[in-house]
Design a protein around this ligand. Structure first.
Ligand code: ADP
Ligand code: AMP
Length: 210
């Protein structure tokens, strides 16, 4: 089994790299942010409860996210997974242990704050394929249309300046303590996330892909 957590601030490139590595290793990419966006779009009870938290950049209450994750992970029958955006606080990390959801390595995406802000403020999203682009760093081939399905790309509601500031603050206050938590378990590996996408792809493959 290959079971990873991708840890780091919003906009560090976790989703972009998880998308790449999950395909290379034929493992599952599990983004709790994406699972929540699906619930919100489908207007489920959990989605309705989560919507305002997601839009403002606050953490969705643990019990809602944990339930969604547990439900999703129970259906997986593969060679492993990447948890992207979970856990985001110590209680969530402990819930993985309680539910025997194993973790072999935690990859910490080290990145500067100003790079994160540039990445999030230029991020574009395909609401159909769930693929991310960047207007400057990863532009779609045709203007602002998705390369796969040609739908119009949109900006996420939580990529506005106010939510970005809030998400960075929430990360520092609630998620950052997980660095020490996983360091103490001997599972933490750092990656320099300021580099270009392809360079990080290769580093990840060399470090954990084999
Ligand atoms: P996260 O999942 O950590 O929030 P994303 O993978 O969505 O981050 O990346 C944030 C934005 O930055 C996206 O628009 C993405 O296309 C872009 N991006 C991701 N990795 C890089 C990189 N190494 N260099 C430049 N832009 C990047
Ligand atoms: P992301 O797609 O990882 O940027 O997540 C988008 C938003 O979904 C976050 O700002 C939170 O509001 C919510 N979210 C995602 N994962 C979690 C989590 N593990 N715990 C609480 N809220 C989460």
């Amino acid at each position: 089994m290959k079971r990873f957590i991708f840890l780091g601030p919003p906009g560090a490139g976790k989703g972009t790299q998880a998308d790449f590595l999950s395909k290379k290793l034929s493992i599952e990419h599990i983004s709790t942010g994406e699972l929540l966006r699906q619930e919100i779009a489908a207007k489920t009870t959990s989605g309705e409860k989560a919507r305002l938290f997601v839009e403002s950049g606050d953490l969705v209450p643990d019990e809602i996210v944990i339930e969604i994750l547990k439900d999703h992970i129970s259906k997986i029958r593969g060679a492993g997974y990447i948890l992207d955006g979970f856990p985001r606080n110590t209680a969530q990390a402990q819930s993985l242990e309680e539910h025997e959801i194993g973790v072999d390595k935690v990859i910490l995406f080290d990145i500067d704050k100003e790079t994160v802000i540039k990445r999030l403020s230029g991020r574009l999203y395909c609401p159909a394929c769930k693929k991310f682009y960047h207007e400057e760093y990863r532009p779609p081939k045709e203007d602002t249309l998705c390369d796969n399905c040609h739908r119009a790309l949109i900006r996420r509601k939580d990529d506005d300046p106010e939510s970005i500031e809030n998400r960075i603050r929430v990360y520092l206050e609630q998620t950052h303590p997980l660095i020490k938590y996983y360091e103490e378990q001997g599972k933490l590996e750092h990656i320099d996330a300021n580099k270009e996408v392809d360079v990080i792809n290769q580093e990840l493959l060399e470090r954990i892909g084999r």
